[in-house]
Design a protein around this ligand. Sequence first.
Ligand code: BDR
Ligand code: CA
Length: 322
Amino acid sequence: MPIPFILDTDTAQDDCVAMLVGLLDPEADLVAITMVAGNVGFELQVRNAWMTLNVADRLGEVPVHLGCRRPMVRDWVSAENVHGDGSGGLSIDFAGLESEDEHGVDALLRLTAERPGELTIVCIGPLTNIAMAVVKDPRFVPNTKALYIMGGSNNARGNITAAAEYNFYVDPEAARIVFEAGFEITVVPWAPLTLQDAVFSRERIAEIRAVGTPLARYFGVVCAQTLAFDESVGIPGSTHPDSLTASLLLHPELILEASPYNVAIEAGSELTRGYAAMSWGVHGLPSNARIVERADADAFYAYLKALMSIETTPPRAFTPAL
Ligand code: BDR
Ligand code: CA
């Protein structure tokens, strides 16, 4: 039985790849996409989602709900210096592509209430929509099967500051609410996990691109800007934490090590804003999350390469041509 889940995303670069995981893997039942303010301008994120649905030839099949346009109490912080427009300058004719009228937070509440205990939410952006749903309706937590969250660093470096990873930094109040709410949570951290097991070298990106399908060429274009940024900060390839998060839900055999932790989010200090204190079980704190510590890097790469090898016929032409 395919695994039913909602993807809560700030769609740019690897969020697009995570969406493709949900759209292409026969093990996935992608019920809805909810959009949250994060990586790039909100309208750009929506365009990136349409283009990703288009390249997978799934336009009109998965509802797109627009969620919160800014963090709960703070100003939005862009990652456009990392991602550009989030899709390598691609465009399509967007005429007639309409998101749902229902707000993303209301969609999260309704969908989980319609199928209590069945739906997992893969959270690959700031946690604003999830926290707002927690605040709005106490039934949201028990109705949700689990959260798979990309965020934080496990006693390691941040990426937007020394202390913090981007998703938790942007909306630390939301992240704190979510980790205190009582969900069953799996965390895919930035460091060391992503840097250790989800970095694709320039050669690997070229290898996928050379597969030549529309999906493989889209993957190559979408990853190019982030690849350049990552190399400029000393990471030897493009980073894929969001697609790893979706993949680990669908293929738990890719998880080689995971342990229970207590995760607490810093929201009071400016210096360490969004820092996630990940306590590994020796400090007498109750566990509120499972943290993935090691994933099968080669199998993850092979899995994504196989997905990008699927032939699709995108109904709308890309500009510039893929
Ligand atoms: C996270 O922030 C974004 O740049 C990526 O999409 C990922 O979700 C990594 O810190
Ligand atoms: Ca993201």
